[in-house]
Design a protein around this ligand. Structure first.
Ligand SMILES: [Zn+2]
Length: 61
């Protein structure tokens, strides 16, 4: 089988596939320290923790 598409994908097929893919790309992981949603591979904006240690000081009210 040749890896050549038999027919061009319709716009609907492409759009539906990318919409599905985009749903998976919603950034957000749970912070292991405060369990708030944060961006992956970023310092938590809620508690300032990253990789099990306080990296930045977060002002508390
Ligand atoms: Zn946190």
């Amino acid at each position: 089988m040749a890896a050549v598409p038999k027919s061009r994908r319709s716009h609907r097929e492409v759009r539906q596939r990318r919409a599905h893919w985009r749903a998976h790309m919603v950034p957000g992981v749970e912070c292991p320290h405060c369990h708030e949603l944060k961006l992956p591979h970023r310092v938590c904006p809620h508690c300032g923790y990253y990789n099990g240690m306080s990296v930045v000081a977060v002002e508390k009210e």
